[in-house]
Ligand binder design. Structure first.
Ligand SMILES: NC(=O)c1ccc[n+]([C@@H]2O[C@H](COP(=O)([O-])OP(=O)(O)OC[C@H]3O[C@@H](n4cnc5c(N)ncnc54)[C@H](OP(=O)(O)O)[C@@H]3O)[C@@H](O)[C@H]2O)c1
Length: 331
């Protein structure tokens, strides 16, 4: 690792999604600067030839140096789990406002900015029909509301900065710790379902998403646009569980948890998170999302306008992820 500035500047590169974007850029021999915090864990960046700059996404002045030579800025940092709504607001909205203000002030060479949002900003789909980018945003969780607000901040800058907003659905793949819980349940022989109805979702494998971020964040036609990005095929979680069970050679038993019980468990889990100081994956905000049966988006616009198509089919993506979890002894 080096220190300095480069063509591509990434926030959130120490996280699950950002580390794969950093890796994909390095594979293309691109010059990459990662904005990190003093507390950031560098485990996913250690083997990469990237420059590291310690700066605060809550202090525009501190971003002057990394943004000075940047041509492409990918704002990937965000908070996906929190103990309090304010943490979502700070980690998603305030960081976006700060980096865009800094880009405007100091990023004189910036050609393109990608702001990574989420399907959660749009909210669930009303039925099994996929929603597209023209659908009104109806976020249901505090996380989703903060991502929607961050999008609004980005749109307010669009007349002065070349911004693209990208909205992935649930992302899975090596290094992920959220969908890992589904793998763990299957390994225990459980197919855990919250509520009566089966959830149908859009998904994307993280290496496909990394490719999409680089494409949408550098393609001139993407400036000023918002895109969903996803595997074109929606899936029931039961299909995912079925494939995982086959992969792990496990027999699974379906355990249905009523919403009300899930809320009670989430409340207890939150109390534990508040005590331990570490936000967990089970919380009432997550249950608000899980309570909606359809989270299905159309990725037609990004395919039509930028030519993006996913390359990793679900079965292959799950297999790669499973192998990786086993190698890391996460499973
Ligand atoms: N994972 C998904 O399923 C999914 C789906 C849709 C959208 N997204 C979006 O993708 C992005 C990355 O998510 P992820 O799953 O990769 O999460 P993650 O593994 O938790 O990584 C989050 C990254 O953001 C950084 N970050 C958070 N708050 C920050 C702050 N205040 N200042 C500076 N850096 C901060 C973290 O830095 P530290 O290492 O210092 O903590 C880390 O690098 C987020 O914007 C999220 O909303 C994720």
């Amino acid at each position: 690792m080096e220190t300095g500035t480069a063509d591509f500047c990434l926030t959130g590169a120490t996280g699950f999604v950002g580390s794969w974007v950093a890796q994909a850029l390095c594979d293309q021999q691109a010059q990459v600067t990662c904005i990190i915090r003093p507390t950031s864990n560098l485990r996913w960046l250690e083997h990469l030839n990237v420059s590291l700059v310690r700066a605060s996404l809550l202090d525009a002045g501190s971003l002057r140096h990394p943004l000075r030579e940047t041509r492409f800025l990918f704002h990937i940092a965000g908070v996906t789990k929190a103990n309090h709504p304010y943490q979502y607001y700070q980690g998603n909205v305030e960081t976006t406002a700060t980096i865009l203000e800094a880009a405007y002030r100091y990023g004189k060479k910036i050609e393109h900015i990608l702001v990574l949002s989420s399907q959660a900003a749009a909210g669930p789909s009303p039925g099994p029909e996929p929603i597209d980018e023209a659908a009104p945003c109806r976020p249901v969780s505090e996380y989703g509301k903060s991502k929607y607000r961050a999008e609004q901040v980005a749109r307010e800058w669009m007349d002065r900065l070349p911004i693209t907003i990208l909205r992935p659905p649930a992302v899975y793949g090596p290094r992920d710790t959220d969908v890992l819980e589904v793998f763990k349940n299957v390994a225990r022989g459980w197919d855990l379902r919250v509520g009566r109805t089966e959830q149908q979702v859009s998904l994307i494998q993280v290496r496909d998403l990394a490719r999409g971020i680089i494409l949408a964040g550098t393609h001139p036609d993407a400036v000023g646009q918002t895109y969903f990005i996803a595997d074109p095929q929606p899936y029931f979680w039961s299909q995912v569980v079925e494939w995982l069970a086959r992969l792990m050679k496990r027999t699974v038993r379906t355990i249905r948890v009523p919403i009300i019980l899930a809320y009670a468990v989430a409340t207890l889990a939150e109390a534990w998170s508040a005590f331990s100081g570490k936000p967990g994956i089970i919380n009432r905000d997550k249950i608000k999302e899980v309570a909606h049966p359809y989270w299905v988006v159309s990725a037609d616009k990004i395919a039509r306008e930028l030519g993006f198509v996913t390359q990793i089919e679900l079965q292959a993506g799950l297999e790669e992820t499973y192998r990786w979890y086993r190698e890391q002894q996460w499973l």
